[in-house]
Design a protein. Structure first.
Length: 580
């Protein structure tokens, strides 16, 4: 399976490879890192928000406990106040009433949350500070029941001089009995009621909670609402009742702190170990999770930006890297179909531009080379056609020469008979339709026949020498490579010379190279000439020399050397070096 996937990856297109690597190496890691980071941020922020909320609730409960303790301390102060005890017993002395007035005013002003402090004595006397309310021992006893003290939420009315009674709304009120200080056994001397300002109480715990757009309320161990602080939005809803408090108590009973969901709100609660009360805070989920949602949205935007960057990067790669390579591939396919079209308007200087320029150069070179090969092939075909059209019937020629040869013998003309026989061998060699390559042994034998005829023609004006290495006799070379050089040396070098000259042939072998040298002492051509390989093609005449170079290039490609040297009055030197 691993090999199959590797083969599939290697065989798939370049754009697929790039996109696949982009997804595996960039997109997937960014996505996984983003998801892990989002989960970590979410959990970290949730824990932090929960801890902050519990900490704030705890501080709010501590403030409520402070109000609770200081308010219940009033009872102890009432029992320990001698002036109050003497007045309750009907035995006031001196300035007891003045002291009591100053004392209760001091109690009232000491705590900003006090709204009304009312002490009702058994003898019917009342001592009040703050707003005036009607109170009686019977009323307080009715509210206390079997308890000595109680906290409850009341709906009271204040009374003002020359004004109608005014409802002061719901307040948190503390009721308690005042016992006698001078009697060993418990004896009721009066009651005390302390009404806590709802507004001041809210400001105390709201300051610690640092809340916004939520409802906060306080319930006792029975589920009764003791204090309620709500936003303007929540006040428009149904007013919270004790029944609502009891429903909440079912969810929080037995727990010191915690949270749960209720509809679209989160309920946090903290229990006071001193009072047994629960401070409840309701927060809309949109508000509580708002900061986390904003962070998560920001991270999602960052991830989306990364993905968008990857898409742009992929598009840019396709446009500036993949598409030029595809274009190059298409042109290569056209080149394979022998259509050598260059890529137009290559202005890039990068590696792609270098590749396109190299491709254009390759196409131009291929076009030139193919045209050259085609031209050489065409010339070869034309030469063969000319040879076919110009040649005579070999059998007719051989029979005619043979008839002349025997007629010369009958006439006892031995010299003519030998010349005719040599000429017959020369034509037989020239008109041979066999292999293109012949052994040097056969080529040298042919040259001897040819030079025999030339010597008969020019007599003493021409000298001939041939030095052939033994290890070269069985090597093969293209037919008629040496003969045109010898003929050229005789016709253009020796014949024009007044005193004739010498023609020599040397064939040797050096390692993997065969060296053929044809040299004459004729008139030469040019003041001083030295040409190699393709330079021979630039000569104005010398068709035989040009033809030899073309044949060598056709058969040996770049594995040959062709050198022509000539100087007027000194002769011509031709050297051929072939790889064997």
């Amino acid at each position: 399976m691993k090999k199959g996937m590797k083969k599939w990856f290697v065989d798939c297109s370049l754009i697929k490879k790039v996109n696949l690597l982009l997804i595996i190496l960039i997109v997937v890691p960014i996505f996984l890192f983003g998801m892990i980071l989002m989960i970590w941020v979410y959990k970290t922020n949730i824990v932090r928000l929960y801890d902050e909320q519990y900490s704030n609730l705890k501080k709010g409960v501590e403030k409520i406990e402070e109000v609770y303790e200081k308010t219940e301390d009033f009872v102890a102060e009432c029992i320990q106040n001698e002036s109050l005890q003497r007045i309750a017993a009907g035995q006031p002395i001196g300035k007891d009433y003045v002291y009591i007035r100053e004392w209760i005013d001091e109690l009232y002003e000491k705590n900003v949350w006090n709204d009304t402090i009312c002490i009702t004595l058994k003898n019917g006397k009342q001592i009040q500070a703050g707003e005036y309310v009607k109170e009686s021992i019977a009323n307080v006893k009715d509210k206390l029941g079997e308890e000595q003290k109680i906290w409850m939420r009341t709906d009271d009315t204040k009374y003002l001089l020359w004004k109608n009674p005014e409802n002061i709304g719901k307040t948190l009120t503390f009721y308690a009995e005042i016992d006698s200080y001078y009697v060993n056994e418990k004896e009721l001397v009066g009651t005390i009621s302390v009404r806590i300002s709802e507004e001041e109480l809210r400001s105390i715990y709201e300051m610690e909670l640092k809340t916004k757009y939520e409802a906060v309320y306080l319930i006792n161990e029975k589920g009764e609402i003791l204090s309620d602080s709500e936003t303007e939005e929540s006040k428009e809803e149904t007013q919270r009742t004790d029944a609502d408090g009891k429903n909440v108590l079912k969810s929080v009973r037995g727990k010191s702190k915690g949270m749960y969901w209720k509809g679209e709100r989160i309920i946090f609660f903290q229990k006071s170990q001193l009072t047994g009360w629960y401070l409840i805070e309701e927060i809309p989920m949109t508000i509580f999770y708002g900061s986390i949602v904003n962070v998560m949205l920001l991270m999602c935007c960052a991830l989306a930006a990364c993905f968008l960057f990857c898409i742009i990067f992929s598009k840019a790669q396709k446009r500036y890297l993949i598409s030029p390579i595809y274009t190059l591939t298409e042109e290569l396919e056209k080149t394979g179909q022998a259509s050598f079209v260059s890529i137009p308007d290559v202005h890039r200087k990068d590696e792609i531009g270098m590749l396109q320029n190299a491709f254009n150069q390759m196409n131009s070179q291929l076009d030139i080379l193919i045209n050259q090969v085609y031209r050489v092939s065409l010339e070869k075909q034309e030469a063969e056609l000319r040879a076919l059209t110009e040649q005579i019937n070999p059998h007719f020629l051989y029979n005619t020469l043979d008839s002349i040869h025997w007629k010369a013998i009958r006439n006892r003309d031995q010299e003519v008979a030998e010349q005719v026989l040599a000429l017959s061998d020369v034509y037989r060699y020239l008109l041979n339709k066999g292999n293109e390559f012949l052994k040097i042994r056969d080529e040298v034998r042919f040259q001897e026949k040819y030079m025999y005829l030339m010597k008969k023609r020019f007599g003493e004006r021409i000298e001939w020498s041939a030095k052939i290495a033994e290890d070269t006799l069985d090597l093969k070379i293209p037919k008629l490579i040496i003969q045109p050089l010898i003929e050229n040396a005789i016709v253009h070098g020796i014949e024009p010379a007044q005193d004739g000259g010498r023609v020599s042939l040397r064939i040797t072998k050096e390692e993997e190279w065969l060296i053929i040298v044809v040299e004459d002492t004729g008139v030469g051509f040019g003041e001083r000439l030295s040409l190699c390989n393709e330079e021979v093609e630039q000569m104005e005449s010398a068709f035989a020399l040009k033809n030899i170079n073309r044949r060598l290039k056709l058969h040996y490609a770049g594995q040959y050397e062709y050198e022509v040297q000539s100087e007027r009055g000194k002769g011509t030197y031709v050297r051929i070096k072939l790889h064997v």
